[in-house]
Design a protein around this ligand. Structure first.
Ligand code: TYC
Length: 103
Protein backbone atom coordinates (compact mmCIF):
# COMPACT_ATOMS: atom_id res chain seq x y z
CA UNK A 1 0.00 0.00 0.00
CA UNK A 2 1.24 3.48 -0.83
CA UNK A 3 2.33 5.44 2.26
CA UNK A 4 -0.03 8.33 1.44
CA UNK A 5 -3.07 5.99 1.60
CA UNK A 6 -2.19 4.33 4.92
CA UNK A 7 -3.67 6.86 7.36
CA UNK A 8 -7.00 7.22 5.53
CA UNK A 9 -7.44 3.46 5.31
CA UNK A 10 -6.54 2.94 8.98
CA UNK A 11 -9.10 5.56 10.04
CA UNK A 12 -11.81 4.04 7.92
CA UNK A 13 -11.17 0.54 9.29
CA UNK A 14 -10.41 1.70 12.90
CA UNK A 15 -6.97 0.12 12.70
CA UNK A 16 -4.12 1.43 14.82
CA UNK A 17 -0.42 1.18 14.08
CA UNK A 18 1.70 -0.77 16.57
CA UNK A 19 4.64 1.17 18.00
CA UNK A 20 8.09 -0.36 17.42
CA UNK A 21 9.26 -2.37 20.45
CA UNK A 22 11.29 -0.36 22.98
CA UNK A 23 15.08 -0.59 23.10
CA UNK A 24 16.97 -1.08 26.36
CA UNK A 25 20.09 0.59 27.74
CA UNK A 26 22.64 -1.71 29.35
CA UNK A 27 24.17 0.24 32.25
CA UNK A 28 27.24 -0.45 34.42
CA UNK A 29 27.18 0.74 38.03
CA UNK A 30 30.17 1.93 40.02
CA UNK A 31 31.48 0.23 43.15
CA UNK A 32 34.60 0.68 45.28
CA UNK A 33 36.16 -2.75 44.68
CA UNK A 34 36.05 -3.92 41.06
CA UNK A 35 39.43 -3.15 39.45
CA UNK A 36 39.42 -0.54 36.68
CA UNK A 37 41.38 -2.87 34.41
CA UNK A 38 38.76 -5.61 34.82
CA UNK A 39 35.94 -3.21 33.84
CA UNK A 40 37.87 -2.14 30.73
CA UNK A 41 38.32 -5.79 29.70
CA UNK A 42 34.60 -6.50 30.25
CA UNK A 43 33.61 -3.54 28.07
CA UNK A 44 36.01 -4.66 25.33
CA UNK A 45 34.86 -8.28 25.46
CA UNK A 46 31.07 -8.02 25.84
CA UNK A 47 30.37 -4.66 24.18
CA UNK A 48 32.85 -4.77 21.31
CA UNK A 49 34.62 -1.57 22.36
CA UNK A 50 38.20 -0.68 21.57
CA UNK A 51 40.57 -0.05 24.48
CA UNK A 52 40.15 3.74 24.21
CA UNK A 53 36.33 3.79 24.22
CA UNK A 54 36.24 1.17 27.00
CA UNK A 55 38.51 3.38 29.11
CA UNK A 56 36.27 6.42 28.53
CA UNK A 57 33.14 4.49 29.60
CA UNK A 58 34.89 2.93 32.64
CA UNK A 59 36.05 6.38 33.82
CA UNK A 60 32.55 7.81 33.31
CA UNK A 61 31.12 5.04 35.53
CA UNK A 62 33.89 5.58 38.09
CA UNK A 63 33.36 9.36 38.21
CA UNK A 64 29.58 9.65 37.73
CA UNK A 65 28.30 6.41 39.26
CA UNK A 66 26.92 4.83 36.11
CA UNK A 67 27.46 4.63 32.38
CA UNK A 68 25.72 3.25 29.30
CA UNK A 69 27.49 0.31 27.63
CA UNK A 70 25.08 0.02 24.70
CA UNK A 71 21.43 0.10 23.59
CA UNK A 72 19.84 -3.12 22.30
CA UNK A 73 16.57 -4.96 21.74
CA UNK A 74 15.22 -6.44 24.99
CA UNK A 75 16.50 -10.02 24.55
CA UNK A 76 20.01 -8.90 23.52
CA UNK A 77 20.20 -6.47 26.46
CA UNK A 78 19.08 -9.19 28.89
CA UNK A 79 21.74 -11.57 27.53
CA UNK A 80 24.49 -8.92 27.91
CA UNK A 81 23.44 -8.24 31.52
CA UNK A 82 23.43 -11.98 32.33
CA UNK A 83 26.85 -12.49 30.70
CA UNK A 84 28.47 -9.58 32.56
CA UNK A 85 26.92 -10.53 35.91
CA UNK A 86 28.01 -14.16 35.57
CA UNK A 87 31.55 -13.20 34.52
CA UNK A 88 31.89 -10.79 37.47
CA UNK A 89 30.49 -13.39 39.88
CA UNK A 90 32.91 -16.05 38.60
CA UNK A 91 35.82 -13.64 39.18
CA UNK A 92 34.49 -12.54 42.58
CA UNK A 93 33.98 -8.90 41.65
CA UNK A 94 30.89 -7.02 42.92
CA UNK A 95 30.34 -5.31 39.54
CA UNK A 96 26.66 -4.62 38.85
CA UNK A 97 25.11 -4.40 35.39
CA UNK A 98 21.46 -3.49 34.80
CA UNK A 99 19.12 -2.80 31.88
CA UNK A 100 16.52 -0.06 31.62
CA UNK A 101 14.01 0.86 28.96
CA UNK A 102 15.26 3.59 26.62
CA UNK A 103 11.65 5.01 26.15
N1 TYC B 1 35.45 2.44 41.21
C1 TYC B 1 36.29 1.32 40.83
C2 TYC B 1 37.70 1.52 41.38
O1 TYC B 1 38.03 2.60 41.84
C3 TYC B 1 36.37 1.15 39.32
C4 TYC B 1 35.06 0.79 38.69
C5 TYC B 1 34.70 1.37 37.48
C6 TYC B 1 34.22 -0.13 39.28
C7 TYC B 1 33.49 1.05 36.86
C8 TYC B 1 33.00 -0.48 38.67
O2 TYC B 1 31.48 -0.23 36.84
C9 TYC B 1 32.66 0.11 37.46
N2 TYC B 1 38.52 0.47 41.34
Amino acid sequence: MALENQFETEQASHETRTAPPPMYRVVLLNDDFTPMEYVILVLQHFFMMGREQATVVMLKVHNEGRGVCGIYPKDIAATKVAQVMEHARAHQHPLQCIMEVNE
